[in-house]
Design a protein. Structure first.
Length: 175
């Protein structure tokens, strides 16, 4: 059994995927893990749109001019949205759910990568968020935080080396 620390140490952003579909039971584990993620006052503002359709993943790969193209090669994308009327910390809650999905995916032998959507532009006149909202008919009171691409890795990334961690960023008792 892998320790949590080993899971953190070996989880890396994966942008190249094999053309192998993620099994329904693995998708269920990933989405159930997201539903168990903490949220302020248990408001659970997050919701998730599971995308397996290759044409839709291709469309979503054009959400941004840079940093979303690899969605085209993924077999699964999970769009993380949040009801902004439920919590003033929806962004934090949705971020926690996003990383929990990535950790669960890694634990299942899958690769993943976070695609930042909120606050990003698609082009000079359209935000990435408004593009996705229009594409998927997402109501106005929801914000689109991220898309988590998931699939079987077609690349290897080295684990973090503990002796190279920036430990100078850890402060005790004062800055």
């Amino acid at each position: 059994m892998t320790s949590f620390f080993e899971l953190l140490k070996t989880r890396r952003s994966i942008r190249k995927y094999l053309p192998k579909a993620v099994e329904p039971e693995k998708i269920a584990k990933i989405t159930n893990a997201a539903l168990m993620s903490p949220a302020s006052k248990r408001s659970n503002p997050w919701e998730f749109i599971v995308i397996q359709d290759k044409e839709m993943l291709l469309e979503l790969s054009g959400s941004r001019p840079h940093g979303s193209q690899f969605l085209e090669g993924a077999t699964l994308g999970i769009i993380v949205i949040a009801d902004t009327t439920k919590s003033d910390v929806w962004m934090e809650d949705a971020s926690i759910a996003s990383i929990i999905m990535q950790l669960q995916a890694h634990d299942l032998g899958l690769g993943s990568c976070w695609v930042q959507i909120y606050g990003r532009q698609r082009d000079e006149t359209t935000t990435a968020e408004s593009f996705i909202k229009g594409l998927l008919n997402i109501p106005d009171h929801f914000a689109v935080l991220s898309i988590i691409s998931i699939g079987y890795p077609d690349e290897e990334r080295k684990a973090y080396e503990e002796d190279k961690l920036p430990t100078q960023k850890i402060h005790f008792d004062k800055f």
